[in-house]
Design a protein around this ligand. Structure first.
Ligand code: 6PG
Length: 249
């Protein structure tokens, strides 16, 4: 594994600012180069502060929303208006408050049969890629936001699941025993093709696992976040001081 790039932010609010600024800068660069900007969003709770900032005038006014295409890194297999929906969280915090064209919002259809939804999402990603860039896969998303669970999972790649080592599919559906629920998730194959992958990790409860993921032995079956090693892209860990407390300076 390459030495990770870690940016320690004094607190969660400043981490959200750093993540929002990075999004705006990346989107502006893509727009300046006359190309679309594709981002895959993380779910959970950590990204909400970043999404709220991106809905604010200070950030939203700096983005050409017509060129932004929104995807998700994973989704719970629930209806889009379910409280557990990652899509709903992003819409309530951000997407409902900015003029991103509805057709640019590519949600995972958690309400459908999981396996069908995974195949459909892989096709939607492929159609976007070919229609926008006239190139064959692998699809290289511009930016992927990821979180990390206290068990070392990321997206919906949970310890022990075969998807961690998936080498064919870019999107899979699987049943997560510990959650007693189905999940849809991008696989490391897709995540590692991205140009920029940014983890957002807050809180002292993540500190021990973060130290294991960043400094411990490579064991992605136990620590799926370790499977995220962009082939050519940049990997950045945006962490707050609580999460970073066990990392050596
Ligand atoms: C999800 C997320 C998941 C999340 C981590 C961290 O659907 O839950 O994609 O991977 O990023 O569980 O969640 P928190 O940010 O809430 O700690």
């Amino acid at each position: 594994m390459r030495a990770p790039e870690v940016q320690v932010c004094p607190d969660p609010d400043l981490l959200a600012c750093a993540a929002a600024e990075l999004f705006v800068e990346q989107a502006a660069q893509a727009d300046a180069e006359g190309r679309l900007f594709s981002v895959a969003l993380a779910g959970g709770s950590t990204p909400r502060a970043t999404y709220r900032l991106l809905a604010s005038q200070a950030y939203a006014a700096r983005v050409n929303w017509d060129s932004v295409h929104i995807f998700w890194g994973d989704e719970r297999c629930v209806l889009p208006d379910h409280p557990q929906s990652n899509y709903l969280m992003a819409c309530q915090a951000w997407l409902d408050h900015v003029p991103v064209p509805p057709q640019n919002i590519h949600r995972m259809r958690g309400e459908d049969d999981p396996r069908f939804a995974a195949e459909a999402y892989e096709q939607e990603l492929g159609s976007f890629w070919q229609s926008s860039f006239h190139r064959q896969p692998p699809i290289a998303l511009d930016l992927v936001f990821l979180g990390m669970g206290s068990d070392g999972h990321t997206a919906s790649l949970f310890p022990g699941l075969p998807a961690i080592h998936e080498q064919g599919r870019q999107v899979v559906a699987h049943y997560v025993d510990k959650l007693a629920a189905w999940r849809l998730t991008l696989t490391p194959l897709m995540l590692n093709a991205a140009a920029h992958v940014v983890f957002l990790v807050n809180g002292t409860d993540k500190a021990e696992r973060l130290q294991q993921v960043l400094c411990g032995p490579y064991q992605p079956e136990l620590l799926p976040a370790q499977a995220v090693q962009p082939t050519k892209g940049r990997l950045l860990w945006l962490v707050d001081q609580g999460a970073a407390r066990l990392l050596e300076d």
